[in-house]
Design a protein around this ligand. Structure first.
Ligand SMILES: Nc1ncnc2c1ncn2[C@@H]1O[C@H](COP(=O)(O)OP(=O)(O)O)[C@@H](O)[C@H]1O
Ligand SMILES: [Mg+2]
Length: 379
């Protein structure tokens, strides 16, 4: 198990500053995800932790020891990549054995023919076989040991790749989008398997992904990364419910949060496109602000409701468990996506006029520059 600290890490490729003075503390045994859009620097960050890439400045500290000049092979971390990087000509058993042989056997001992002359080799091999078998049992791949990677499904290959990291008994696992080559159903299944593996092993996991569902479901804490910076580092629920700014609010949540222009008065009262919202700012300040309404915090109201948004349905998405209505609001051509329970929206048709209400204690307020604004509901 390991505690990993990143202090003031930056990285440039020529003029391209990919990581900008980044700090991150990862506790012993924690499962942390680094979530961000493609190109924001996630893989580069993971490679810097692993020692596969050197940072331009800053320190990587593992268990209190600065490892800036320690080689990847000596950092005791195991990396699992998006492309599983298995050896195609070796069986699953041999694939699992490779990292162990490289670490535990001397150059001479790696030649099987020398078995007779190197008596220690046999006992070491028994021990290594035992480790491989243990990992295979944990991952439930013992029945696949004689197959080659080409004879395995994507999910099975993924398990072998994790197994290969496991046999080394690393102090931390670094995983770079390990599920992104799998189809949707298998991805959901493997999410649960990797979480389960973390519970069993109790080792530190640093998991990089662009998939918010993975980050929200799997991690103890997640770090939201954009443009080489970590914008927020907290529990999934805190990031979902209290995003530090509009960028984070818009990145987390599917469908995306609805954002509408609003005004706050000198007493802190808020109106949104002419409608009073029963919400006030904790620090009153007159001016233009923005309000965020997550689709699941809005609802269809009956036609005789007052003080609500009104608009025309332009698109209906029926997901079975939920229906999402895309609505063009009357005012200013703003759009809104509303989540509804299926039976409430079954009859709603494209072109219908609808009224929309909101859960006031879930509405989020942001300054024009996107910073989150503290509010309190009046009700
Ligand atoms: N070896 C490299 N040489 C030059 N540019 C690189 C190199 N590796 C990554 N980059 C650039 O750094 C940025 C971040 O890349 P990466 O860390 O792979 O992002 P992510 O994993 O979040 O998609 C990209 O603009 C990419 O082109
Ligand atoms: Mg990447």
């Amino acid at each position: 198990m390991a505690e990993i600290q990143l202090k003031g890490i930056s990285k440039s490729f020529d003029d391209n500053k990919v990581i900008k003075s980044l700090d991150l503390s990862i506790a012993n045994g924690e499962f942390i995800t680094v979530l961000g859009p493609s190109g924001c620097g996630k893989s580069t960050l993971l490679r810097i932790i692993a020692g596969l890439e050197s940072q331009s400045s800053g320190d990587v500290i593992i268990d209190g020891r600065e490892v800036n000049n320690v080689r990847a092979s000596e950092r005791d971390l195991a990396m699992v990549f998006q492309s599983y990087a298995l050896y195609p000509h070796l069986s699953v058993q041999q694939n699992l054995m490779v990292p162990l042989k490289l670490r535990r056997l001397s150059r001479l001992e790696r030649f099987p023919l020398l078995n007779w002359f190197l008596p220690k080799r046999s006992s070491k091999m028994i021990e290594l076989n035992e480790k491989v078998l243990q990992a295979a049992e944990t991952l439930q791949i013992t029945h696949l040991m004689e197959r080659k990677p080409g004879q395995l499904s994507g999910g099975q290959q993924q398990r072998v790749a994790v197994g290969r990291a496991m046999v080394r008994e690393p102090v931390a696992f670094l995983m770079d989008e390990p599920l992104s080559n799998l189809d949707a159903a298998l991805r959901v299944h493997m999410r649960a398997e990797i979480s389960e593996l973390h519970r069993k092993l109790k080792t530190t996991f640093v998991y990089v992904t662009h998939d918010q569902a993975e980050a929200l479901t799997m991690s103890d804490r997640m770090a939201v990364m954009m443009d080489g910076e970590i914008l927020q580092h907290d529990t999934p629920s805190e990031i979902y419910n209290n995003p530090v700014n509009l960028q984070v609010a818009e990145f987390i949540g599917s469908p995306k949060i609805n954002v509408l222009p609003a005004e706050s008065d000198s007493k802190g009262g808020i109106t949104c496109m002419g409608l009073p919202i029963s919400l006030s700012m904790k620090t009153p300040k007159q001016g233009s602000i923005m309000l965020g309404f997550r689709p699941e915090h809005t609802e269809l109201l009956s036609s005789n409701s007052n003080n609500c948004f009104e608009g025309k349905i332009t698109y209906k998405e029926n997901l079975g468990s939920d229906i999402y209505l895309h609505v063009n609001l009357k005012e200013d051509q703003h759009k809104m996506i509303v989540r509804s329970e299926p039976d409430k929206a079954l009859d709603a048709k494209i072109g219908d006029m609808v009224k929309i209400g909101w859960m006031v204690d879930k509405v989020m307020a942001f300054e024009r520059n996107g910073q989150s604004l503290p509010t309190k509901s009046k009700s």
